[in-house]
Design a protein around this ligand. Structure first.
Ligand SMILES: [Zn+2]
Length: 125
């Protein structure tokens, strides 16, 4: 009974650790490409579009939710008033494959640009 629960707990912890390790490896494998900005959406609706270094408060209905910082091709949630603080703990993102999600507020911070091959049409003679 109790033993079963413990085994299950260990399995969950192991799965989370494995996931974390995989994420670290993915981050190491993916080449770092600078991003030119980020867009912040709340519940799928664009709230702020950021392309210059600075701090950008994100509000909804006059209530301060969080602050996005964009600095030299990296973005992070500097602080947030949400419960779990996962968006803050995500830290800096500097790659187009990364996003910061704040589940309590349904906020997504998505990188813009950084694509180096898509849609590029250069003819070299
Ligand atoms: Zn959050």
């Amino acid at each position: 009974m109790a033993k079963r629960t413990k085994k299950y707990d260990i399995f969950i912890v192991a799965a989370i650790l494995l996931f974390a390790v995989i994420m670290i490896f993915l981050n190491l494998l993916i080449p770092q490409k600078g991003i030119i900005g980020v867009k912040v959406t709340i519940d799928g609706v664009l709230a702020v579009s950021i392309s210059q270094d600075g701090l950008y408060p994100v509000e909804k209905d006059g209530k301060h939710l969080l602050t996005v910082e964009f600095y030299q091709g990296k973005a992070r949630v500097k602080e947030s008033t949400c419960d779990n603080q996962i968006c803050v703990k995500t830290g800096w993102i500097s790659n187009t494959n990364q996003t910061i999600v704040c589940l309590p507020y349904k906020i997504v911070v998505e990188p813009i640009g950084g694509k180096n091959t898509d849609g590029v049409d250069i003819i070299t003679w």
